[in-house]
Design a protein around this ligand. Structure first.
Ligand code: ATP
Ligand code: MG
Length: 442
């Protein structure tokens, strides 16, 4: 399928060529069009120098933040379009950014600085391609291959290691053999990449449809920035619930999870504490007592280290911590857990438990899945019926408790908890008058 080039992007190309400068679409937008996927951003490269680019777009809104590196962002007909002067890059002495960029006149030199062959194709408005590194063929074959010598390209910019893995997981492409070998051998360059940038690529990797394959083949790369994963990779678990080792179980759970970041991070980290909690009983059966709490603590550290935002981190930690709780399939228990976690986290937890079972011994799976489906159904009914399940749903609140004579302080919370417990257990109706009477009787 071919996607239309937005009219604004077309106009930008036309303005540049009308002014006498060569101009091409380049990078992700060309690659995605060739893959049959709608591009999500539009990059143009041109023979015009930065100042000349600026002069071309005086009548349009432009952002000059990247001017030093030759980039002008143009807002054309509602579409943001990055226009970059042909450039090559100086050495990367810090492994993060080029020491300098040099503007050049040749498109080929500009394409040669790009990371992978599939990202180094230029396209004219009429659809004709410039593809000096065989990117088209690699897209057709589903291959990720460095432009130039892989090791040198990874050592220039360590982020490319993670970009290779992210593209592999997102597109289901294979990393070509020499590029793959260089990924493994040069993973230490990640030390020089900012945590935020690793984070962004890791998120893309984990939410990719082929994340599992990448985790299987490139765990050593992940272990480089998250060494806590390493003991899990070699963990054996001999017990009736598991037929795989710790890492294969983890990968299967990640694969079974929807491509949602919180769920995928949770599955990647849910058993991270197992190696440290392992004990083997006299029958040779392995146990991992207390591993959910240990995993939650480790997950918290790992996510902090990679600068995840608080909301994502807290949710993942909560789900990891509770991934093994038994939720009895009873109205009261379900309401209690709904109240404790809130509906969103509750349903995520059911999903976590579902995909966790799918990574376990097959004969155990069917029964567990049926029970989880039933719990989910009941929880949905509880919510649909508006049945009380959390403190905020009680017919009385802290002010009422104080007005009824309880001294402000911790006793207020304890009173409300006790009332909620009575409502949940069915002893008392969630009725304001009844609850107020109960408080005054205390
Ligand atoms: P997507 O936008 O889908 O994540 P992309 O390949 O377009 O993928 P961008 O970050 O938008 O990624 O970069 C645009 C282009 O710039 C790339 O296609 C590639 O040609 C070049 N590029 C980006 N990052 C690098 C890098 N670290 N090293 C070399 N070239 C890069
Ligand atoms: Mg892009």
């Amino acid at each position: 399928m071919r996607f239309e080039i937005p009219s604004g992007v077309e106009a930008v190309l036309q303005i540049l060529t009308a002014a006498g400068y060569e101009a091409f679409l380049v990078g992700g937008c060309v690659r995605d069009r060739l893959r049959g996927v709608r591009p999500h951003d539009w990059d143009i490269c041109t023979a015009a120098r930065p100042e000349e680019i600026k002069a071309c777009f005086q009548s349009l809104r432009v952002v000059e933040t990247g001017l030093k590196h030759g980039t002008v962002t143009v807002l054309a007909d509602g579409v943001l379009c990055e226009v970059t002067a042909y450039r090559t890059e100086g050495p990367y002495s810090d492994g993060r950014r080029p020491d300098y960029v040099r503007f050049v006149t040749s498109l080929e030199a500009d394409l040669a600085r790009r990371d992978f062959t599939m990202n180094a194709i230029a396209m004219e408005l009429n659809g004709s391609l410039r593809d000096p590194f065989g990117g088209m063929e690699d897209i057709r074959a589903g291959v990720i291959r460095c432009v130039g010598t892989p090791a040198r390209r990874f050592r220039e910019d360590g982020l490319r290691v993670m970009r290779a893995l992210r593209f592999a997981a997102a597109f289901g492409y294979e990393i070509e053999e020499q590029t793959a070998q260089a990924v493994h051998e040069n993973r230490d360059v990640l030390d020089r990449v900012a945590a935020e940038r690793i984070n962004a690529e890791l998120c893309g990797l984990l939410t990719g449809p082929k994340a599992g394959d990448v985790l299987r083949q490139y765990f050593d790369v992940l272990c480089w920035f998250w060494p806590q994963l390493e003991p899990l990779v070699t963990l054996e678990q001999h017990n009736p619930w598991h037929c795989w080792g710790g890492w294969e179980h983890t990968i299967r759970a990640v694969e079974a999870a929807p491509t949602d970041l919180v769920l995928r991070l949770t599955m990647l980290l849910h058993d991270i504490g197992k190696p440290g909690c392992k004990s083997t009983d006299e029958n040779g059966i392995d146990h991992f007592y207390g591993h959910p709490s240990v995993s939650a603590q480790m997950a918290d550290q790992m996510l902090r280290g990679l600068k995840f935002d608080n909301k994502t981190r807290n949710r993942v930690v909560t789900l990891v911590k509770h991934h093994d709780v038994q939720i009895p399939c009873r109205d009261r228990s379900i309401r209690r857990w709904l109240g404790r976690l809130g509906p969103e986290a509750f349903f995520q937890l059911i999903e976590v438990k579902r995909v966790d079972s799918m990574g376990q011994a097959p004969r155990e799976v069917a029964g567990r899945l049926a029970e989880l489906a039933e719990i989910k159904k009941q929880a949905e009914e509880i919510i649909a019926q508006g049945k009380c399940f959390a403190l905020k749903d009680l017919a009385v609140d802290g002010r009422d408790v104080i007005a009824a004579g309880v001294a402000p302080g911790p006793e207020v919370g304890r009173t409300l908890d006790a009332l909620l417990e009575r409502v949940l257990s069915g002893e008392t109706e969630n009725d304001r008058k009844t609850l107020l009477e109960l408080i005054s009787c205390r």
